[in-house]
Design a protein around this ligand. Structure first.
Ligand code: CO
Length: 369
């Protein structure tokens, strides 16, 4: 059985447990997770219907016939041609699967255009969200997923080192030029595409946690927050280092960097099965609060990472998810001093039987390499 089919079977068990009759997915990471077929959301009707029992089926535009059969283990593909009514195909499938009065879990990211169609076509059905079964399922990564996440981590590590080796050459580059250089090297080292807009926040721009990049030139002594990653085998990397390319950093920077570094270390060391996600946040926050910067750590400590760059579990106060082997998330505390600089250090970790494995291991120091 393929990894994709295995995931679908586990999804079916959960659908039954949740009292749902089917999941209705449209092009999304859930659809890829279950079927192996990947496509961007689009205006044509393309669904994967997974009943709680029996075989799943695609409803798809005719032009996707071969593509779906090549990519997916799902054999039942119901086609409609441009100019035909896709709703008739959906309606027939609902009859066959006995879903008319059922409880259907639709993809959280499904366009309203399609959920409205489903509601009109199946007025007696009730609707919920697919996250009800998929979020929990996707939290525990299987071996295929862990291998891909390791590769994405390595890729970010390689580029992190290469970029830091620019040293003096980075001085005078704009943030936008530096970000483009990062993206180019990610692609050159085998990355599929960037996992999110690359962040190169220099000097005061680093104090805005999600500042991407602009035309500010990097000066000697500037701390620069570098947060980036690319997909490898469909899974993203996400790593942050705060570095100085050349020259002496501003007063107080080295101390703040040390605090964030210690907070990150403390949080990573706290990761083991049975610990709640929020306790990892607490471990990082305590170090930063004790150093007097508690009010400058303005975001959660991390987020789960899988097919989506942000997914469950969230490393935040109130997330009581008990960590289990196979969960993967970021540990990324930061301290932000408006008008001066910011510091963030981020690695992805995978929970193991006895603790965790860091998926990133490039130097975390700020000094030029
Ligand atoms: Co992150």
């Amino acid at each position: 059985m393929s990894a994709f089919e295995d995931r679908t079977r586990r999804c079916q068990d959960r659908l039954a447990d949740a009292g749902a009759d089917a999941a209705v997915l449209f092009p999304s990471t859930n659809l890829f997770y279950a079927s192996g077929f990947r496509e961007e959301p689009m205006e044509r009707h393309l669904f994967l219907v997974i009943p709680s029992e029996g075989e799943p089926a695609f409803v798809a535009p005719e032009m996707y016939d071969e593509q779906i059969r090549d990519a997916s283990w799902v054999e039942d593909v119901r086609l409609w041609a441009d100019g035909e009514d896709p709703i008739a195909v959906v309606s027939d499938l609902a009859d066959e699967m006995d879903l008319r009065g059922g409880r259907l879990l639709v993809d959280d990211t499904m366009w309203a255009l399609f959920t409205q169609d489903l509601r009109e076509t199946l007025p007696d059905a009730t609707f919920g969200l697919a996250s009800e079964v998929f979020d929990d399922l996707r939290m525990r990564k299987d071996e295929t997923e862990l291998a891909a996440l390791r590769r994405a981590g390595q890729l970010a590590d390689e580029v992190s080192v290469e970029i830091r080796e620019l040293g003096e050459d980075a001085i005078g580059m704009t943030e936008t030029e530096l970000a483009a250089e990062i993206d180019r090297r990610l692609a050159e080292n085998g990355g599929e595409e960037v996992a999110f807009g690359t962040i190169a926040g220099s000097g005061p721009n680093g104090a805005k946690p999600h500042h991407r990049h602009d035309d500010r030139e990097i000066r000697r002594g500037d701390p620069v927050v570098l947060d980036f990653g690319a997909y490898a085998d469909d899974y993203p990397g996400d790593q942050t280092r705060t570095v100085v390319f050349a020259g002496d950093p501003p007063e107080g920077f080295a101390e703040v960097h040390e605090v964030v570094h210690e907070a990150q270390q403390a949080a990573v060391e706290a990761v083991e099965p049975g610990v709640r996600a929020e306790e990892i946040d607490r471990a990082a926050r305590e170090v930063i609060e004790d150093a007097g910067y508690g009010d400058r750590f303005v975001h959660r400590t991390g987020h789960g990472v899988g097919l989506d760059v942000h997914e469950d579990p969230y490393i935040v106060d109130g997330d009581e998810t008990e960590l289990e082997p196979g969960m993967v998330f970021s540990v990324e505390p930061g301290v932000y001093l408006p008008g001066e600089f910011g510091v963030r250090i981020e690695d992805l970790v995978a929970v193991t039987e006895s603790g965790c494995e860091r998926l990133n291991d490039s130097p975390r120091t700020w000094e030029p390499l």
